[in-house]
Every structure is written in C-alpha cells, then in structure tokens.
Design a protein. Sequence first.
Length: 119
Amino acid sequence: MKLRLQLTLIFLNLVALTGCGVTCGNEVSQAVYSPSGHLHAVVFNRNCGATTGFNTQVSIVSSVDAVSNDEGNTLILAGTVPLEILWQSDSALQLDGIGSAEVFKQENLVTGVSVNYGE
C-alpha cells in the first residue's frame, strides 16, 4: 500500500512538471504582406488550453514560411486586440490599436524590419 501511494505521488509530480501534456496552437486572424511580398506580418491568437487567457500575437516571417507553432516574435498582448498593420516599406512596419492592452513582448527590430507602435 505504501509503495502504491509513493508511485502515485511520483506520477502526479511528473504530470505536473511536464505541464500535463498541454500543447499550444496558433489561429491566424490576418496576414499582411510587405510591399515587395518577401515578408508578411501575421496576427494570431495563441491557445495553450483552458488555464491560459486570450492573447494576440504578431510575427514577422518570410512570405514562403508559414507561421510556426511558436509564440510571436514581434508582439504579444493580453486579450483579443484588433490590430491595424501597415507596411511603410519593406523594412518598416506600423502596428496600431494596442491601446491599453497589457504588453508581454514588444520588439522594435525583427528580421531587419523596424517596428513602430501607435495607440
């Protein structure tokens, strides 16, 4: 009986340490291509299960690459935020609509693209 309890506790600890096997998924809401078409800014919501809240993320990636199943490489915001994306040139991107959203990540230079943020 004591061995059974110990094995149960070990199993429960392993499950807790591995995050219960939760995997995340990205749902793209919009993609805007740079003027040359070589890059695109992708806005997506990342879902990591019931224990995480809604969020809005942005990645800048090559137009031949799909967005990976990773977190955004440019911007991560709490909540669902309707962003406006405007490429000013192939090396400058304007992101508007952040408002008062809580910011978890906000990069100013990604893959050679200068990122400017507005309200």
